[in-house]
Write a protein that binds this ligand. Structure first.
Ligand SMILES: Cc1cc2nc3c(=O)[nH]c(=O)nc-3n(C[C@H](O)[C@H](O)[C@H](O)COP(=O)(O)O)c2cc1C
Length: 186
């Protein structure tokens, strides 16, 4: 399994991780997969993703290009109908590809999770150009999660900057994503 074929390249690849709780509840949240010789993620301990990885030692990386799904999964819960099951793990219907990883916690730093690929599937290949509005949504969503965690108002200024780019460069999907983001941080 070559992760490059899944679009997971060197540097940090933003995916939506799907995990399952010890009671069988699926969860989705964006994470960055870091590849610099090793492959790992840094997961905040106060998240569902973290407790689910602790419980099951598995995550599915969903390769998703829809900015709205990033907003909805980062700032709230996705509807159960967005999920289906692969190898007893949740994956996202909308994903272009999924990759299942075994998770291994670092012995000293428990937020550092090494990722060992098990299997994956490419579901569709689409040609897609870079859209600055879509990129701006990803940046604004990172700031929105930090704003909600810290209430530091500098993040609101940064979100306002990205909102201008979404207005100029985004399509209807990006504008809807920005509306949902704004609602989440009210
Ligand atoms: C693009 C993007 C990348 C993110 N990367 C990470 C990450 O690498 N690790 C992490 O713990 N949280 C990351 N986050 C924040 C989590 O998605 C966010 O805290 C989320 O609310 C956690 O949800 P959960 O409690 O359902 O797991 C990222 C958010 C975005 C928008």
């Amino acid at each position: 399994m070559k992760l490059r074929d899944f679009g997971i390249l060197e540097g940090i690849s933003e995916v939506i991780a799907t995990t399952i709780s010890s009671t069988g509840k699926p969860n989705a949240a964006p994470i960055g997969i870091i590849s610099d010789g090793k492959m790992y993620a840094r997961i905040y301990p106060n998240t569902h993703t973290y407790s689910n990885i602790k419980a099951t030692k598995k995550l599915v990386a969903n390769v998703v290009s829809d900015p709205l799904l990033f907003v909805l999964s980062a700032l709230g819960d996705l509807d159960e109908k967005e999920f289906y099951t692969v190898d007893e793990m949740p994956a996202l219907r909308y994903a272009d590809a999924w990759a299942l990883f075994e998770c291994e916690e670092d012995k000293q730093d428990n937020t550092l999770i090494y990722l060992h690929p098990i299997k994956g599937k490419i579901l569709r290949k689409r040609a897609r150009t870079i859209n600055r509005g879509a990129n701006a949504i990803i940046e604004a969503t990172v700031h929105a999660t930090r704003y909600l965690a810290t209430k530091d108002e500098k993040y609101l200024e940064w979100i306002a900057h990205y909102e201008e780019i979404v207005k100029k460069c985004g399509g209807e999907r990006e504008k809807e994503a920005m509306r949902r983001l704004e609602e989440s941080i009210q």
